[in-house]
Design a protein around this ligand. Structure first.
Ligand code: SF4
Ligand code: SF4
Length: 228
């Protein structure tokens, strides 16, 4: 899922300081699951803005709402009427949700209330880890479920680099990073597939990754052709 973190409140107060009618809009999917941008966080943020303004003697009208998915028009269309009542939307969705709102409501100012951080999953309560960089050409079949692009700090397709120590990546600092290729080795060993470590992967075709600009998928089989 998409993982995000709430922006510091001071930044939120600063960015919204010139607006007097603020709609704080949460999203009930990924960012709600990672406890950053759901209904509860939208309510907390709205409350914090309201208290801050009261303290500053600057009245504000602020409302918290949330939507099932901010990244789909059919869900955000529900807010059409409400949008007219507010000067600004503080979106607690990921960057995709913020931009979907801007696309649908181009006349509105939509500010991000989250920092979108990565694609990952919760390791345990309160700990999330990145494990996919959406490269567009998945190699998890070869490494049996551990992504070398994300889990190896150097994104090496042939590893390890020789710098790992006791299963930790050589770039570990204050935070220890597991060596992705150590993990791959252990996984292959457990599955009896260590032969793969002898293979040399040719250079990856990175044209499917984000380095060539925004990617787009067009599915002619599911597109709706208007006027037929
Ligand atoms: S190989 Fe690419 S698509 Fe597969 S998990 Fe890694 S980054 Fe994601
Ligand atoms: S130590 Fe492991 S994770 Fe770090 S760069 Fe080398 S192979 Fe990759």
């Amino acid at each position: 899922m998409i993982i995000g973190e709430r922006k510091p409140l001071e930044e939120v107060f600063d960015r919204t300081s010139s607006f007097n009618k603020i709609l704080v809009l949460g999203c009930e999917t990924c960012v709600a699951v990672c406890l950053a941008g759901g209904k509860k966080e939208a309510e907390e943020t709205a409350e914090a803005i309201s208290l801050h303004r009261k303290k500053e003697n600057q009245p504000v009208e602020v409302k918290a709402e949330s939507v099932q998915r901010q990244c789909e028009f059919e869900f955000i269309d529900e807010f059409k009427d409400l949008m007219n009542d507010y000067d600004v939307v503080l979106s607690l969705a990921c960057g995709v949700g913020v931009q979907t709102m801007v696309d649908r409501y181009p006349e509105k100012i939509v500010l991000p209330g989250l920092n979108t951080t990565f694609l990952g999953y919760p390791l345990e309560q309160g700990v999330w880890m990145e494990n996919c960089q959406a490269c567009g050409d998945c190699v998890l079949d070869k490494t049996h479920g551990i992504c070398p692009i994300t889990r190896c700090t150097k994104s090496m397709l042939n590893g390890p680099c020789g710098g790992s120590s006791e299963g930790k990546c050589e770039i570990s600092g204050d935070i220890e990073i597991e060596c992705g290729w150590h993990l791959i080795h252990e996984r292959l060993k457990a599955l009896g597939k260590l032969d793969y470590m002898e293979e040399v992967e040719p250079p990856k075709n990175w044209s499917t990754s984000f380095h060539g600009g925004p990617r787009k998928i067009v599915r002619e089989d599911v597109k709706i052709v208007r006027g037929e």
